[in-house]
Design a protein around this ligand. Structure first.
Ligand SMILES: NC(=O)c1ccc[n+]([C@@H]2O[C@H](COP(=O)([O-])OP(=O)(O)OC[C@H]3O[C@@H](n4cnc5c(N)ncnc54)[C@H](OP(=O)(O)O)[C@@H]3O)[C@@H](O)[C@H]2O)c1
Length: 309
């Protein structure tokens, strides 16, 4: 049986970050010019501050405060896909042809694979939409951005990421339908793994929100007025365990979504693998930045996963 394109894409993305993580962690020596490009592509925001970059590289910089564009695109695109799914469940109306064609390209499965939508998939779509909406609101009303930058490639990737993610959720339906869940009526599909997945999702979302709020409080006074744009040492809550609890929460959010499909979707596990290495790399860079900047940085604090990484 052919491996679906969607699995190949997510595995390749994960592999890129696994390789980047290894090159960075084990300090593999790259030719100077290649290393400059590599560092420019893996770093963003504060972790870009300490590296010397030639002027031609600066022309690819985009403000990090544009992060909200990713979530705005996600709310719109994934909201549209969610509407198609609701319509399909309620009225039985099929997905539009352009969407079926895209899903066929990604999975190689025929139109029939989306005739009956699984509860797990609809739940995943709802969770993804709420996650995007919360992140959009946090970017606009909670986080305080400094003058940090991201590479234009990272910006373009961030926009494409949420489009592909929405399509990937629908691809999961093909894999679940294949396993015979099709015969169970939609209203009888609710199981313990949907409930546990949603609980983990809510808990991880709260952890992420608290962590991002703590970061914002480092820059504001009690009335919420911005007092500084400096990068200070975060403390309190899960920051006592790891340098980046918001990245750990991101991994848990995607894991929770995997639990919602009974941990049975290889496609979604590929997405989780990508998030694991993407966030592990970002966390390690941030952790090293804090350790080099703050002499009193707690030595028991890990980068990403308490006691482990
Ligand atoms: N799924 C994915 O592929 C993916 C990829 C990337 C990010 N994310 C998620 O998006 C969220 C934000 O990620 P991020 O990389 O932007 O996080 P981040 O670098 O920690 O920044 C979050 C906010 O806190 C500020 N900040 C960071 N460190 C600070 C410090 N030491 N003192 C004061 N303020 C500080 C940042 O401002 P400045 O940076 O402007 O100074 C920004 O406003 C995270 O929850 C992450 O999990 C997901």
């Amino acid at each position: 049986m052919l491996i679906p394109l969607v699995n190949i894409i997510w595995f390749s993305l994960a592999l890129c970050f696994i390789v980047a993580f290894c090159i960075y962690t084990f300090s593999f020596k790259l030719p100077h010019k290649l290393d400059q490009v590599f560092q420019d592509l893996i770093r963003y925001g504060k972790t870009k501050e300490n590296i010397k970059r030639p002027s031609w590289q600066l022309s690819f910089d985009v403000s990090k405060s544009y992060f909200f564009h990713f979530y705005a695109v996600s709310v719109l695109w994934n909201g549209l896909l969610l509407l198609f799914s609701f319509r399909s469940v309620v009225t039985g109306e099929a997905f539009p042809d352009w969407l079926i064609d895209s899903l066929w390209c990604l999975t190689g499965r025929p139109r029939a694979a989306w005739k009956e939508l699984q509860l797990s998939v609809l739940l995943l779509q709802v969770l993804l939409w709420f996650h995007s909406l919360r992140r959009l609101l946090e970017c606009l009303f909670v986080s305080v951005f400094s003058h940090g930058v991201i590479h234009i490639v990272q910006y373009a990737f961030g926009l494409a990421y949420y489009v592909l993610l929405g399509l990937t959720v629908l691809c999961v339906n093909a894999c679940l339908t294949e396993e015979g869940a099709k015969s169970v009526p939609f209203s009888h599909q609710l199981t313990w793994y949907h409930v546990s997945g949603v609980f983990l999702f809510i808990w991880a979302s709260l952890l992420q929100h608290r962590s991002l709020s703590l970061l914002a409080k480092l820059r504001t006074d009690h009335s919420g007025k911005v007092k500084s744009l400096a990068h200070k040492m975060p403390c309190g809550d899960w920051f006592e365990w790891v340098s980046c609890p918001h990245y750990l929460a991101e991994l848990l959010i995607y894991t929770a979504m995997s639990v919602c499909c009974g941990c049975s979707s290889l496609t979604w596990w590929m997405v989780v693998l990508y998030v694991l290495y993407n966030q592990a790399l970002a966390a390690q860079l941030c952790h090293d930045y804090y350790r080099s900047k703050f002499e009193t940085y707690p030595c028991h604090r890990k980068a990403f996963i308490p006691y482990i990484l």
